[in-house]
Write a protein that binds this ligand. Structure first.
Ligand code: GAL
Length: 387
């Protein structure tokens, strides 16, 4: 019985958790000084945490998976970490298997936030708490907790970085010298991912005054999220759409000044399309301002080189650590601490959430945000390759 095992493990884990919590530096941190967790692994080793991640094609999810796995293992837990290759039935089946194998807690980053209702019912029937990781699982009352970033604010930051790149705003938020009008195109994420709407809404609310006063113009006229969406966040899909936009709207000499992109993978596809169409050099030379998200290493190098203008850094180590804190709370029979109990309505209930903060990365703060924090090394930034 999972519920029983949970409570049984509680006392045994309490000591380990107290010690491990002192580390506090993120789930991926080393535990050289942590005799505590190692000593108690016989007790916690009975506990299995299922971790379902969407895909390995994006390095952020690999970082997330590794950080969650390492942090849980440091505490002595067994971990079943699975990636689903962005295939919905595969992810459903992986979660079914975790439940059958007696998982005590599930941490799930869903591919399609609406496709896991049956799995979550089975988890609830077996008394297994479900933590929705980064992306909200929708249409189910059996989601216990949500760990994520302030996704609306991420969208605000994406739009802000576009405005800064165009010179409409300065990095410090004050008004810049540029007045436009500027030609921009808009991209959104995958509409089966609840986050896509939050990023889009935050961005459009920020850009709307500039559309209204004519500072920003969208030559394609494609200003609805459905038109801007990119199924499964695929780079090739974004590249293809950008190529089509260029052919249809920019062949008579009209220039693109900026592109709102909500994810680095899409940004790289958009940049390829722009380069193939003859845009060259850096933003300082007039290359269009392209935004992003996730601080993926290839894009961080692009930013260092002046080709991509900005990205949003969401520290996956902090998200992983937060998911572990929540898992530990459930394993010890406690209610995890939420810092938002109003925003994330999944269609059935408002899911208690813990939101983390994100930062805009520009060329001039790569070192302070990403290198000094150990997220990427200076060599990785220089080469654009992880590891
Ligand atoms: C979103 C996530 C973003 C980005 C995107 C594509 O759900 O919040 O950070 O990773 O998926 O993977």
């Amino acid at each position: 019985m999972n519920a029983k095992r949970l409570m049984g493990a509680a006392a045994a884990t309490a000591m380990a958790l107290g010690l491990a919590a002192c580390a506090g530096g993120g789930a991926g941190s080393t535990t050289d000084e942590s005799a505590g967790p190692a000593d108690t692994s016989a007790a916690t080793g009975d506990v299995l945490v299922g971790v379902a991640m969407p895909t390995e094609t994006s390095e952020r999810w690999i970082a997330d998976g590794n950080a969650v796995e390492a942090g849980l293992q440091d505490l002595g837990y067994q971990v079943d970490l699975q990636y689903a290759g962005d295939d919905i039935p595969t992810q459903a089946q992986q979660i079914d298997t975790m439940i059958l194998n007696g998982a005590d807690v599930l941490i799930i980053a869903a591919i399609d936030g609406t496709a896991l209702t049956a799995q979550l019912q089975a988890a609830a029937d077996a008394g297994i708490p479900v933590i929705s990781y980064d992306r909200l699982i929708r249409d189910s009352g059996n989601v216990d907790f949500y760990v994520t970033f302030d996704n609306y604010k991420v969208g605000v930051q994406q739009a802000t970085s576009l405005l800064v790149g165009l010179g409409i705003l300065n990095e410090d938020g004050t008004e810049g010298d540029a007045t436009g009008p500027f030609n921009v195109e808009l991209f959104a994420g995958s509409l089966d991912d609840n986050n896509a709407y939050f990023f889009w809404n935050g961005a459009i609310d920020t850009l709307q005054p500039y559309f209204d006063d004519g500072t920003l113009v969208v030559p394609s006229g494609q200003m609805d999220i459905e038109q801007a969406a990119t199924l499964r966040w695929q780079q090739e899909t974004a590249q293809k759409r950008m190529e089509d936009l260029l052919t249809a709207n920019y062949s008579s000499g009209t220039q693109v000044d900026g592109v709102l992109s909500p994810y680095d993978g899409l940004s790289r596809g958009i940049i390829t399309a722009l380069q193939n169409a003859g845009y060259a050099g850096t933003v300082a030379d007039g290359f269009p301002v392209v935004t992003g998200q996730d601080a993926e290493i290839a894009s961080v190098k692009f930013i260092a080189d002046g080709v991509q203008f900005a990205t949003i850094f969401k520290d996956t180590r902090k998200l992983a650590a937060q998911s572990i804190t929540v898992a530990e709370a459930y394993l010890s029979g406690a209610e995890p601490e939420a810092n938002d109990t109003t925003t994330y309505d999944n269609g059935v209930k408002v899911v208690p959430s813990y939101l983390l903060e994100s930062d805009i990365v520009y060329a001039d703060n790569i070192t302070s945000l990403l290198v000094d924090s150990g997220y990427w090394t200076a060599d990785e930034v220089a080469s654009g390759v992880a590891g």
